[in-house]
Write a protein that binds this ligand. Structure first.
Ligand SMILES: [Fe+2]
Length: 419
């Protein structure tokens, strides 16, 4: 084979191996080191070092060093003027005799002492990325023009690899910053929602914490229905805000220590539509939120308000908030009535299944309750909301099991306590 052909094959093979090395390695410094070793190996060069240029600090930081002794510096200063000079000499396609001109001038003596023969700046799109410093070939032969071409090509590859890596790193950092910003905004949104929930509940002295609890029950039901984490978070917020329309209702009507009359009731009943008006212009992360507030007093049988919707016309989210709202109303003391026992509540739910409440939503609430009573769910979420002992009545489990199998005959038999 002609020498020229052999040389070309050698060059192509070296470049191909290098390309693969750069593409495959995910560890950046390892990628640089092994690519650099390939560069040295391609011409049997014994000593070499590769530095990355850090413009902000005006330094060349060595990330690979093979064969140069311990006295070799870990980093070198490289002033802006010197960078300009390197970029200039490279742009002129420096002739072989000028190659040593690529050595940083103020470090020339030191590098000469170390036996640096050749200096190749890594330049990508007019930016200095780093510098490759090489000792002589093991054979003692001088570098030929072809050698320098090969080294230049390989150095360009490494330079592009470093640049790409740094760009990706910067991009990841930007993405992380955006993520943090987004998380911050999300937290502000949640805190604002909680502040509103507190404002709503403060207006109603008899139902302290009602909005918070409706949010939590809604989340428990949606979770049981298999909603995603984001959707559960959305419906919890709908629960926190469902009564926001009460902010425009007279405080005396909300706090009346008696059953209110028809006129007062009419004013109170405006709160779901008012809530919708308040929430609708706001851009929420959860699109259905305003409608969930509007429809939390709708009934499956069409006898609810404000729109008198029926069945599927009411979104599942609104049906969940409706049940959570009534469940909290039944399980907390009101000015005109004590809270009911849980067995009474379950009987009420059974009576109203398909009329006021969606049977599948009732089932989900009952299943979540049953899981906690039977210890399948370790979190004491209902117990925290309902107080000690409230759900631990021996009559409860059979009632829940019976209600679930009546409303959802497809469900797995529950008698053994398995869900
Ligand atoms: Fe309400």
């Amino acid at each position: 084979m002609a020498f020229e052909t052999q040389r070309l094959i050698h060059t192509f093979a070296a470049l191909a191996d290098l390309g693969q090395e750069i593409a495959e390695k995910s560890d950046f410094e390892e990628m640089v080191r092994s690519s650099f070793h390939m560069l040295l190996g391609s011409l049997a060069i014994r000593r070499g070092a590769l530095a990355e240029y850090e413009a902000g600090e005006e330094t060349l930081r060595f990330i690979a060093n093979r064969g140069f002794g311990d006295e070799f510096p870990a980093q070198l200063t490289l002033k802006r003027e010197e960078v300009e000079r390197l970029l200039g000499s490279f742009a002129r396609e420096a002739a072989a005799s000028e190659r040593r001109a690529n050595l940083p001038l103020d470090q020339k003596e030191l590098l000469d002492r170390q036996g640096v023969e050749l200096s190749i700046p890594l330049i990508v799109r007019g930016d200095l990325i780093g510098l490759v410093l090489l000792g002589g070939k093991a054979s003692g032969d001088p570098f030929t023009d072809e050698d320098r071409e090969l080294l230049d090509s390989m150095a360009r590859h490494i330079g592009v690899g470093i640049k790409t890596h740094r760009l990706l790193e910067a991009l990841e950092q930007k993405a992380e910053e955006n993520r943090q910003l987004y998380d911050g905004l999300r937290q502000i949104y949640k805190d604002t929602v909680r502040a509103f929930a507190t404002a709503i509940d403060i207006k109603d002295k008899y139902t302290q914490g009602h909005s918070e609890r409706v949010g939590r029950y809604s989340g428990l039901i949606a979770g049981e229905l298999g909603w995603s984490e984001d959707q559960v978070e959305g419906i919890m917020i709908a629960g926190y805000l469902h009564d926001i329309g009460k902010l425009i209702v007279e405080r005396d009507i909300i706090n009346a220590p008696y059953r209110i009359n028809a006129k007062e009731s009419k004013e109170l009943n405006q709160h779901p539509a008012a809530g919708y008006e308040i929430l609708e212009p706001i851009h929420h992360p959860y699109a259905d939120l305003p409608l969930m507030a509007r429809h939390h007093h709708e009934r499956l049988d069409g006898n609810g308000y404000p729109d008198g919707l029926k069945g599927d016309q009411i979104s599942l989210g609104a049906r969940i908030v409706t049940l959570a709202d009534s469940f909290d109303a039944m399980t907390t003391d009101r000015p005109y009535q004590k809270r009911r026992t849980l067995d009474e509540v379950i009987i009420d739910l059974r009576m109203n299944a398909g009329k006021q409440f969606d049977p599948q939503v009732i089932c989900a609430l009952c299943r979540a309750l049953l899981k906690e009573i039977q210890g399948e769910s370790k979190e004491r979420r209902f117990r925290k909301l309902l107080g000690k002992g409230y759900i631990d009545d021996e009559r409860i489990v059979p009632l829940l099991v019976e209600l679930i199998s009546d409303l959802d005959p497809q469900s797995t038999p529950l008698a053994a306590g398995r869900m």
